[in-house]
Write a protein that binds this ligand. Sequence first.
Ligand code: ADP
Length: 319
Amino acid sequence: HPPPPPETAPVEKDNQAGKQKERASSLCKTPPSLIRSKNNGAEFHRGMLLGEGGFARCFEVEDENGDVYAAKTVAKASLTSTKTRNKLLGEIKVHQSMDHPNIVKFIECFEDNQNVYILLEMCSNKTLMDMHRRRKRFTEPEARYFMIQILGAVKYMHSRRVIHRDLKLGNIFLDENMHVKIGDFGLAALLLSDSERKKTICGTPNYIAPEVLFGKQDGHSLEVDIWSVGIILYAMLCGKPPFQSKEVNMIYKKIKAHDYHFPEGVVLSAEAIDLIQALLSKDPADRPSLDMIVEHPFFHGETPSHLPVTCLEGIPHWK
Ligand code: ADP
């Protein structure tokens, strides 16, 4: 099989092929049109399929009050190994503990005989990846608008010792008001102390920080999310991630060699270039803190307080 598109392919490098097989078999069948919680008998009308990831399918559902949610649905039949079960439990535990305006709200979790359902705040304008596919590049004011909200959410997570570890355009959702909501805590890790280091090699190829790939003895920590934010900013402004390549191994090679350039023909402000370079510092210790990032001159430029939904398709006229 050819490698899957990098944006949609989280990997744990130890067992890539096995993981993909496990993911493919884990996708649930379409749930019944009336889903009934075994936990408390609550009923939900199932709506359309919103999307699917490697691990789950997501459906629109409506509760008895007419409130609409996104139900991330995982087939119980796929939760056979302790490792997979613990992974889902870990995702639920971390996501459940998050409460921030720029993080997808976790409503509740329940099951029926077939599936486990994670009820989430509905993000009807999809993800920044969908918008990026259509727009290719965002303007700097738009990038500032998105970045400020992303940084607020990451600051909140990090203050609670949570590393997201899979920040990417496809995990940044947009609600009906075009507010940013970070989602998918499937690879998140909770640090038990400020000094704890993580060793698992995971992430999505284009967004993985070099210290994760080098698999250094001393592991990685919160700074991997700062790196991913740098990749996101580069992709928003330049049209594609900096280490993009057809071959996943080539992406890794380029990240390790710190081999990236700013594309010719794309006009970027000096401030944008300076911030991206700082975020993409090879040494995690050289990356700016979240407080330093928001103080960066890049953010002195015009920043819209809201964006119209028309910007999903084309450059907005907000003046
Ligand atoms: P996985 O963990 O399997 O990758 P995701 O959490 O990425 O699953 O969800 C898969 C897809 O479901 C997303 O790409 C998106 O299209 C859709 N989706 C997920 N969460 C929401 C949400 N809160 N609102 C709307 N759509 C969502």
